[in-house]
Design a protein around this ligand. Structure first.
Ligand code: FCB
Length: 447
């Protein structure tokens, strides 16, 4: 059992960071413990029909109680880093008040990670907004951006330089568009205009928080995590399809990256859909475009797009490899994306903060054989190596996810972990892919 791992591989660089990632709501459980308040995801889960099987985050992987053994498991994998997120509802369960018990939980985690020699990569917001803020409009309310900056200030003061790297947000596109535009995620609203306004407020919140974070943790890196699915025209010779794919990227990629890098939003949106344009106050874009130390990129799949009657339409190609999410496996699009972004923007160093796949894993005779996932990782790591060879400044790679967990609207139905979780017993079992990863990391270090 061994990875294809040539001498010339860029991953032999000892400063290239390999890690695994999780998010608070997806693993912690204990959603009523130690004063934690309700989040928009607790409310969404409790709304009939929103989450598959009516699953919720009340227990999840019970990580809130099992954190210590989970961190030991991470150490056993042999990774350099662990990406986790902070549950805002644990930190500020009552508006304007700080819950020291919530802070202490994360301080313990970070201390232990440092003891184990694992670099903590912290994401401040991975989708679990306190419900009391949603009750006042959530990300549609500009005030929420200021509330986030307060939370970021408190958290970075508490953890300071113990943390290697802070990201303000995970995938603001999902919070804004899945949450407020398409209704698939909490809080479940459906309005194009809402989606773009929420996106602007999330980016504004990033801009407002950044100076506070830098002041509190001057040695840490500070950045943001975006998710990108590059768009390909169904017919590359059809101009309408080409334009439709481009418009898909204007919304999905450039709407988020361009303001951060260039202090402007893509004009294509204003021209083609003027009603979507959000309210932006003078000075907002300058705040948003303050320099960041790194850009986190999450990549899972690509989009294939054709021109439809009402704009770009997603096409489901037949005969291509897919994951249990139905997402096409396309590592070539991963390297193309990275190279394309590198050519288009003056980017800071990049970390791949998520990459991975869901499969219908099962435990048989104590083993989980997930060959497709091993191949997926192998091919996507190769794609990262190609991008590095082409000059993209890539500094690290995180697998999503450490272990099976609550996959948002899909509940516990979809398994993304390197480690299998038997939810009934909370037993963790290394899948074949975890062993592959372990082997890969050992080989890299020449062990
Ligand atoms: C990303 C999310 C992450 C996980 C993966 C599969 O969009 O950031 O929490 O659910 O998808």
């Amino acid at each position: 059992m061994s990875f294809d791992f040539p001498e010339s591989s860029p991953f032999r660089r000892s400063d290239f960071v390999f890690g695994v990632a999780t998010a608070a709501f997806q693993i912690e459980g204990a959603n009523q413990e130690d004063q934690r308040c309700e989040s928009i995801w607790d409310r969404f889960c409790a709304t009939p029909g929103k989450v598959v099987n009516g699953d919720d985050g009340s227990i999840a992987c019970d990580h809130y109680h099992r954190w210590e053994q989970d961190l030991e498991m991470i150490a056993e994998l042999g990774v350099d880093a662990y990406r986790l997120s902070i549950a805002w509802p644990r930190i500020m369960p009552v508006e304007g008040q700080v819950n020291s018990t919530g802070i202490a939980f994360y301080q313990r985690l970070i201390t232990k990670l440092n003891e184990l020699g694992i670099k903590p990569f912290v994401t401040l917001y991975h989708w679990d907004l306190p419900q009391y803020l949603e009750d006042r409009g959530g990300w549609l309310n500009r005030e929420t951006a200021y509330k986030f900056a307060e939370f970021a200030d408190i958290m970075t003061k508490a953890l300071g330089d113990q943390v290697t790297s802070y990201a303000t947000f995970n995938e603001p596109l999902c919070s804004a568009f899945l949450g407020y535009r398409f209704g698939d995620h909490a809080p479940g609203l459906k309005d194009d205009k809402f989606g773009f306004q929420a996106a602007h407020h999330l980016l504004l919140a990033h801009g407002l928080a950044l100076p506070k974070m830098r002041a509190n943790a001057p040695k840490a890196d500070h950045g943001i995590v975006l998710n990108f699915a590059p768009a390909y025209p169904l017919d590359p010779n059809n101009q309408a399809d080409i334009d439709a794919a481009d418009f898909d990227e204007q919304q999905g990629i450039h709407w988020f990256l361009q303001p951060l890098m260039e202090a402007t939003y893509p004009e294509a949106i204003r021209q083609q859909q003027p009603l979507w344009w959000p309210t932006i106050l003078p000075g907002d874009l300058e705040l948003i475009a303050a320099p960041i130390d790194f850009l986190g990129i999450n990549y899972y799949t690509r989009h294939v797009i054709k021109a439809g009657e009402h704009g770009p339409e997603h096409v489901r190609l037949e005969g291509v490899e897919r994951t249990d999410m139905g997402w096409e496996v396309c590592p070539e699009a991963f390297s193309h994306l990275l190279i394309k972004l590198h050519q288009r923007y003056d980017l800071p160093p990049i970390f791949i903060t998520e990459n991975g796949m869901a499969s219908a894993d099962s435990l048989q005779d104590g083993e989980v054989v997930d060959q497709q996932r091993c191949d997926y990782y192998q091919r996507h790591l190769d794609a990262v190596a190609v991008a590095i060879e082409q000059g993209v400044d890539l500094r690290g790679y995180f697998a999503w996810s450490l272990m099976d967990n609550f996959e948002w609207a899909y509940g516990y139905d979809k398994r993304f972990g390197l480690v299998y979780v038997d939810y009934a017993s909370q037993q963790r079992v290394f899948k074949q892919s975890a062993k592959y990863f372990q082997q890969f990391l050992k080989q890299r270090k020449g062990i």
